[in-house]
Design a protein around this ligand. Structure first.
Ligand SMILES: C[S@@+](CC[C@H](N)C(=O)[O-])C[C@H]1O[C@@H](n2cnc3c(N)ncnc32)[C@H](O)[C@@H]1O
Length: 392
């Protein structure tokens, strides 16, 4: 039975440009290389040859990592659920004590600990003593990261049968998590559901906020509007970072109400106004000379994103800017982006939107009326990449 999940999926632009047909000699060469690399003697030859051995070893390790990826993420999930990172942050602990605290046998606990050590999540600190590893430290430090790791269990559950998900034969649980995938009417939404997704967004937004503050100079602006601003993690941080700014947040009414309370808690509610509405069917609040759109476009189909960008462009004065920040896909010719498969499948399970390349988004922004669109260079493109559009 087909679910309602993939109804609004759009096709991405192809990797190769339409006018770049592969030359006949190249097709011939590709076929020869494919045949050679999959021939029975190839592996033995490649591993026996000192010049090619290191490439073969590296590729074997990479393939093994892909194959074992699910096990790795389950080791991480187990450590998060057992609160190992929080406990070991305080002090290293011995195996027996950890096993007792986690209510499992010492041999079982040891397997988890050794797996986590080999993934550098934990570290051996003496015989049967364990402490935080270099990759466990950020997880120990960030509750948002732990919430995200726990939340990924919903996605992995939906991906248990990847073909059923791809063929639209299951109703993914991810869709129930994000009620706005069903449309922009908030009637019948449960407060707990809105609070749950808004909280997840707020806690996972910290890294994106760091990227934006580190990359763009907000001094030249007076009034900023954040569209789809969630609970206001970004506008709250920006209000504290740039005390001269007036700010507005626009989101669906129940979310905007949560943001209002959050702004009061932060003590910035005099400078941040919150506006409830849908960017699909309502006008945007006027008066901003900078609009920010953070992790919003990737949730929506092309038609909705194009209409939203046009609405933003109309709402801006001449010289106004749009700063769009979200994870973006590998563009043709770019090195592979490690996060791409995750976001492709996350959005597939959500049932709407897609991970777009910076080129595609730039094209959408130009089509919407922006005169020039530049990609900004930010320290950690894995979390987000940024485009700045200027209205003439
Ligand atoms: C993925 S969250 C991102 C929130 C925030 N910008 C962040 O980065 O954490 C997308 C946000 O868009 C809001 N949203 C979705 N559809 C909307 C609509 N039609 N009108 C206004 N906001 C909408 C959601 O309520 C949610 O807060």
């Amino acid at each position: 039975m087909a679910g309602a999940s993939t109804k609004s999926l759009d096709l991405a632009k192809p990797f190769a440009k339409p006018d770049t047909q592969r030359a006949a000699w190249r097709v011939w060469l590709d076929q020869r290389v494919d045949a050679w690399m999959t021939s029975p003697g190839f592996y033995r030859w490649a591993i026996g040859n000192p010049l090619t051995r290191w490439v073969t070893r590296r590729r074997a390790a990479q393939l093994f990592d892909i194959m074992a990826g699910f096990v790795h993420s389950q080791v991480l999930l187990a450590c998060v659920r057992l609160q190992l990172f929080e406990q070991l942050r305080v002090q290293p602990m011995p195996l027996d004590e950890l096993a007792k605290a986690c209510q499992m046998s010492a041999p079982a606990m040891q397997r988890l600990l050794h797996s986590a050590v080999s993934l550098r999540l934990l570290e051996s600190r003496g015989p049967q003593m364990y402490g935080l590893g270099p990759l466990g430290a950020p997880v120990a430090a960030d509750p948002g990261l732990r919430l995200m790791i726990e939340h990924n269990a919903v996605l992995f559950d939906d991906m248990r049968d990847p073909l059923a998900l791809l063929r639209d034969q299951v109703q993914p649980h991810m869709q129930a998590y994000w009620p706005y995938m069903e449309g922009d009417s908030t009637q019948g939404w449960e407060a707990a559901q809105v609070a749950r997704y808004s909280e997840l967004m707020a806690t996972s937004q910290r890294f994106v906020v760091e990227e934006m503050l580190a990359t763009y100079d907000f001094n030249g602006h007076q009034r900023v509007l954040d569209v789809g601003g969630g609970q206001g993690g970004w506008v709250g941080a920006l209000a504290q970072h740039a005390p001269h700014l007036q700010l507005m947040l626009f989101d669906l009414p129940p979310v905007a109400a949560l943001a209002q309370a959050r702004m009061q808690q932060l003590g910035v509610d005099k400078r941040v106004s919150t506006h409830g509405g849908s960017f699909i069917s309502d006008p945007l609040p006027p008066g901003a000379d900078l609009v920010t759109l953070v992790r919003v476009a990737h949730d929506h189909p092309d038609a909705v994103v194009k209409a939203l960008l046009a609405k933003i462009c109309q709402a801006l004065p001449r010289g106004g800017r749009l700063l769009l920040a979200e994870p973006m896909a590998q563009s043709p010719g770019e090195p592979p982006m490690v996060g791409d498969p995750y976001f492709h499948f996350y959005l597939l399970a959500m049932g709407s939107g897609r991970l777009r390349t910076a080129d595609e988004l730039r094209g959408f922004m130009l089509e919407a009326g922006f005169e020039a669109v530049d990609q900004l260079s930010n320290p950690m493109p894995l979390h987000t990449r940024m485009l700045l559009g200027r209205k003439s």
